[in-house]
Ligand binder design. Sequence first.
Ligand code: 4AD
Ligand code: MG
Length: 463
Amino acid sequence: MLQRTLVKDAHDAAESRNEILLQGWVRTRRDSKKFSFIELNDGSYLKGMQVIVNDTLPDYAALMHKSSTGASVSVRGKLVPSQGAGQKWEVVAEEYAVLGESDASYPLQKKGHSLEFLREIAHLRPRTNLFGAVFRVRSRLAYAIHQFFQDRSFVYVHTPIVTASDCEGAGELFRVSTLDPANPPRNEKGAIDYSQDFFGKQAYLTVSGQLEGETFACALSNIYTFGPTFRAENSNTSRHAAEFWMVEPEAAFLDLTGDMQLAEDFVKYLIRDAKQHCAADLEFFSKFVDKELMQRLDFVLERPFQRCSYTEAIEIIEKSGKKWEHPVKWGDNLQSEHERFLAEEHFKCPVTVYNYPRTLKPFYMKLNEDGKTVRAMDLLVPGIGEIIGGSQREENLDILLENMRAHNLSEKDYWWYVDLRRYGSVPHAGFGLGFERMLMFVTGVANIRDVIPFARTPGSAEF
Ligand code: 4AD
Ligand code: MG
């Protein structure tokens, strides 16, 4: 039996073929006197394949009537050099079947739907050029992430999705429970008795695999996680999702400087990989989504990232003379407007801000000698702001315990994490890259909802 060929491979063919089988969906059909042109797209490539169906084919009129936009078809024919401009090959059909019809209610009839409209039909939007391209790049970069770390002998660790700890301490947790919300068991004080819940204690969807990742780094040296993470932050922005994917490497015997270098090498590697393996898709983004995309990516690849301490960053922001929506002084969190100013206007390049005030950061970060700042780092990129957050971890038992007390965390709950500082403690560091934010950076797509197959955001979990 004749094997199906993907459109991508048909485009790459070195010579004509007497027989080829293509299967996919009709994007457009144009009829002329003696034949019809079908653009068949199967998602393997940005472009479809032009198929010519001659009116001499049995049932020609009925078949073409059924071949409306969105219909699925199977075509056996000859692959021949194209007469028209714009493509090297086309297929002349010898056998043509409509597998699934599609009528005028198919929502993707016209080109140029708004992104907002396409979000409402997230089950069909992968059939558009834009979303086909986005999700091919997403798949490729997921692969490249594994390649980057595997090539460097990092071990892939599957940290749990359900956890009892709040790594970031921000309280943005989704509870996991099997208790009856209408009638939960209660203790003597009248509070909900979670000891009767499924896990015998309160449990949540993870906000980060870091804490569990650290345990493996303190055994296997270099590890990474790559999986879904969940945050119940009620921020309706173009950069926040309630469910997103994070890549978290963790390395023993690594300090903050090494961590920043690893992050820079990693980001550059992913950009280079996308340029090499998704050239047609990136070209599409730079034509239709963001005209400056290629220029920006090349610029990022060519230069070392800038590095600047939090204290320097505050000075730069204060001296800029700009009017801020949120004015900041030392000790305040940098807001999106400041992060973007640093990357876009001041440094005009990705910048890693490090050594943040300890009061702004979670309990696990390593305290500097000044007693005021911790070895944290955030990588800020033009157009998005923070795409990476990381740190060197506190490996000193006493300081860690003191930090935990300051953050109202009980040693009892984190006994296993504290044990890492009791038995063979080592300097170690790691970071988390928001996968969707990286995709936004590589594709130029401005909203996080458009780089994840089915976005989960406040008030929205359709599909
Ligand atoms: O800076 P964050 O909160 O760092 C951590 O979770 C650390 N435990 C990572 C580590 O050191 N292993 O998150 C890391 C990154 C951010 O820089 C951002 O790119 C992304 O995760 N991120 C989000 N992406 C989409 N939607 C959200 N709500 C996000 N919150 C964080
Ligand atoms: Mg962060």
